[in-house]
Design a protein around this ligand. Structure first.
Ligand SMILES: [Zn+2]
Length: 101
């Protein structure tokens, strides 16, 4: 439950009378209206953030399991299947070991 901040007493106000009933407080107070606005705004932002993250993951390339090789003779960098321990360079034919990170 929300409580309005304490206000100083206004002694200049007239006491309650029937005519003020016609201009009674609205059913929804300003505090609740602002709270509903903030909640709606944060919900919309959260929805946009989740949608953007899902969209980013969908288009992101999947990580490759291939091994990376660098030729010791010509320096050519290439990849081969993950089950290959030594791979032949396609530029000069040298057999090379996979690079360990
Ligand atoms: Zn090579």
């Amino acid at each position: 439950m929300l409580y309005a901040p304490l206000r100083k007493c206004d002694f200049t106000r007239k006491p309650f009378n029937v005519s003020t009933l016609q201009h009674a407080e609205p059913l929804v107070s300003l505090d609740h209206l602002i709270l509903a606005y903030v909640i709606a705004l944060l919900s919309a932002l959260t929805g946009v953030a989740i949608y953007a993250e899902l969209r980013r993951r969908r288009f992101e390339p999947t990580p490759s399991e291939d091994r990376i090789f660098r030729c010791t003779r010509c320096g050519y960098v290439y990849t081969d299947d993950p089950d290959v321990d030594r791979s032949r360079c396609s530029q000069c034919g040298q057999n090379n070991d996979a690079i360990q990170f």
